[in-house]
Design a protein. Structure first.
Length: 103
């Protein structure tokens, strides 16, 4: 059973790391603020969740797993909220999405 948990944990850690790297590349490659924000918000959140799940599987049932669950809940609340706040403040500041600049 430990081998199965180790394999699932490794897949989650590698997958989460891949999402974080893809999100970082998206920050560089995307053309405007809002698409960069989307790349960062979605990829970084999913990547962090997968990494935390992989760590949770490795920790087993202990106080460390409770702390990892608390970090997960904090990220689940603050990540989308911060992304929404940044997008809303950019709109109020006059930043327009790229497809609206053409008109």
């Amino acid at each position: 059973m430990n081998v199965v948990i180790d394999i699932v944990s490794a897949v989650c850690l590698i997958g989460g790391s891949a999402f974080v790297v893809i999100g970082g590349i998206g920050l560089i490659r995307m053309p405007d603020f809002f698409t960069r924000l989307h790349a960062a918000g979605v990829c970084e959140t999913l990547g962090a969740w997968l990494v935390l799940l992989g760590l949770l599987l490795q920790a087993g049932w202990s106080m460390v797993s409770v702390k990892l669950i608390m970090i997960f809940l904090m990220l689940a609340i603050t990540g989308p909220t911060a992304t929404h706040a940044l997008a809303k403040s950019a709109l109020h500041g006059g930043v327009k999405p790229k497809h609206l600049d053409d008109n």
